[in-house]
Design a protein around this ligand. Structure first.
Ligand code: NAI
Ligand code: MG
Length: 365
């Protein structure tokens, strides 16, 4: 059988630096675990603009649609800040999300024991934390019509519309329930059904999907503002949280900071299944292109490496291999390996991006 295909879009700034370490790890799985991928590389963001005058070439888009999974580094940087909105690096990423129809955005918030001191919360509140936020990514108030700034009487009015169809809620709810079955079997759905009709519909549809097809999964509902409070009060009460695009944007950033550095946070964005049953999928670290440290070998590659671990689990059904990689990361952190972003206030001597890669490869061996 042909090898599964990966399209790597390293992008801008620290993107190529952190992706370089992921490529070494992909090679390791090919050599040592008999898990070979056909890897193709292409450009996205500012790098694509420099070459083609567009942040995502049509050929690259076609490759992304054909690949079994896409791994993305980061896009953007000060060099491109003055560009017209239509060709900004971020548009490349938005086009990928839209054309691949990546409606389900998975953001884990997981606390590695060795880093529990980094949290803004007390250590015992976050030690062992392992939750997953599922954010609806392609609809809701960021996309609903009407939108715009209009004249109304003698002043202007800014309008955005929160809008969800039953099928949009249904499909993201299903992806949360499926995920919960592979984890702690618990879903908490968050909306504002007390003040928003779209929230009432959200709650109804999530409950219906549960009752009809996932009665074995424990389901609760929570207003999103209470959800924010609970996340910082007692985050370990949650397993999977499913919520809309706007609340998910905020709650996932909030949950992320429970666990420390931006350099540690992976994500997955999943779409509808292809003919072979694999969802369309894009994996990327949560962080951006970090222009302040780009080109200096300082970036932490772990967020990007853990994004590849998510690819192993969710695109290639290699949960054991994903766990192997996550364990290696846990091990090097426990042994004290720290890039600059993981240095506490007491300081110490940080290792470089490639030294972190070395350490993780050694732990894998
Ligand atoms: P950023 O995530 O690039 O950086 C924020 C801070 O975190 C910086 O101090 C940076 O040095 C640090 N940091 C980020 N990742 C790190 C890593 N792996 N290791 C060590 N330190 C790390 O966000 P910022 O500064 O707001 O944006 C910079 C550029 O990135 C902008 O052009 C922005 O538009 C773009 N961006 C792209 C994203 C993407 O590609 N998905 C997401 C967020 C921002
Ligand atoms: Mg955000």
């Amino acid at each position: 059988m042909a090898n599964p295909t990966l399209l790597i879009l390293a992008g801008d700034g620290i993107g190529p630096e952190v992706m370089g370490q992921v490529v070494r790890i992909i090679d390791w799985f090919g050599d040592k675990r008999d898990l070979a991928f056909d890897v193709d590389h292409d450009l996205v963001g500012g790098a694509a603009y420099d070459k083609h005058g567009t942040p995502l070439h049509d050929d690259t888009m076609a490759k992304a649609l054909a690949a079994d999974a896409v791994l993305l580094g980061a896009v953007g940087g000060p060099k491109y800040d003055a560009l017209d909105f239509s060709v900004k690096p971020e548009r490349g990423l938005l086009r990928l999300r839209k054309e691949m129809d990546l409606f389900s955005n998975l953001r884990p918030a997981q606390c590695f024991d060795a880093l529990a001191d980094f949290s803004s919360l007390k250590k015992d509140l976050v030690a062992g934390l392992d939750i997953m936020i599922v954010r609806e990514l392609t609809s809701g108030v960021y996309f609903g019509e009407p939108r715009g700034i209009f004249e109304e009487g003698n002043e202007r009015v800014g309008i955005n519309t929160q809008r969800y169809t039953e099928s949009e809620i249904d499909r993201v709810a299903r992806s949360a329930f499926e995920l919960a079955r592979r984890r702690g079997n618990k879903v908490c759905s968050m909306e504002k059904a007390n003040v928003m009709e779209s929230g009432i519909l959200w709650r109804e549809v999530v409950q219906k999907v549960h009752d009809e097809d996932y009665p074995d999964v424990e389901l609760s509902h929570m207003y999103a503002d209470n959800g924010a409070m609970q996340l910082v009060r007692a985050p370990k009460q949650f397993d999977v949280i499913v919520t809309d695009n706007l609340f998910g944007d905020i709650l996932s950033d909030c949950a992320a900071m429970l666990t420390g550095s931006l350099g540690m946070l992976p994500s997955a964005s999943l779409g509808a299944p292809n003919a072979d049953g694999r969802p369309k999928a894009l994996y990327e670290p949560v962080h951006g292109s970090a222009p302040d440290i780009a080109g200096q070998g300082k970036a932490n590659p772990i967020a990007c490496i853990l994004s590849f671990a998510m690819a192993l689990r969710y695109s290639f059904d290699q949960g054991d291999e994903a766990a192997r990689l996550e364990k290696a990361v846990e091990q090097v952190l426990a042994d004290g390996a720290r890039t600059a972003d993981l240095m506490g206030p007491e300081g110490g001597s940080p290792i470089s991006t490639s030294e972190m890669g070395d350490a993780i490869l050694a732990a894998l061996d």
